[in-house]
Design a protein around this ligand. Structure first.
Ligand code: URA
Length: 204
């Protein structure tokens, strides 16, 4: 698979990577999911934004961050002056993991083995795009990028380094902002998320 990085044009390499991700069976998540959701964006984007995994909407559309959490991310990034149109958007895990409940599919966190199996693709995406900065949205992305997923709330807002030296700004996952029942608290958390994204915009 690493041969794809030798494609003459980065756009060709990105297309080939997406096709290879589409055929991935490195773990069991490919069975129940509709399709893999590869990363997308300019092949040499300066910024890479990494979420946890596609949600229900992304699984159906085949594109990252098109559902409710993606809308929060896009709205706050716009406010923060962070241009997601110029970013490579991807996830630590490329298939949606869920438990069926009636007609609904309930999100389930990927386990360590699934994240590890999928890191193959994330590492290839990083080697292809070579971003100046990666933003880790939530613990799963932080773990996949830095090797450490714990302690997120204490780490958020800080810039760490991936093992290959890529700077990684750690923040919360936007779906967290959708789950907070208290309105004032949710506003506060949104403002902090926006500050983290503004820091990414300044750092990139
Ligand atoms: N949440 C994620 O982490 N990624 C997506 O693509 C959508 C929701």
């Amino acid at each position: 698979a690493r041969a794809l990085l030798a494609e003459a044009e980065p756009v060709d390499a990105a297309g080939r990577l997406a096709r290879e991700i589409g055929a991935c069976a490195r773990c069991g998540l490919c069975g129940p999911a509709t399709q893999a959701v590869p990363g997308e964006g300019p092949a040499h984007a300066a910024l890479m934004v990494v979420g946890e995994q596609p949600g229900d909407r992304e699984d159906l559309a085949g594109r990252p961050f098109v559902g409710p959490a993606g809308q929060v991310l896009r709205a706050e990034a716009a406010q923060a002056g962070l241009d997601l149109g110029a970013a490579w958007l991807t996830n630590a895990v490329k298939h949606f993991k869920f438990a069926p409940r009636g007609k609904r599919r309930i999100h389930q966190r990927p386990d360590a083995g699934e994240v590890e199996a999928c890191r193959w693709w994330l590492d290839l995406e990083r080697a292809l795009v070579r971003p100046r900065l990666a933003v880790a949205l939530g613990a799963t992305a932080a773990g996949a990028l830095t090797g450490r997923g714990g302690d997120l709330l204490r780490r958020r807002g800080g810039i760490e380094a991936a093992p290959d030296g890529t700077p990684v700004l750690v923040t919360v996952h936007p779906s967290r902002l959708l789950r907070l029942p208290d309105r004032a608290r949710a506003e506060e958390e949104r403002a902090r998320f926006r500050e983290d994204l503004a820091r990414a915009a300044r750092a990139v």
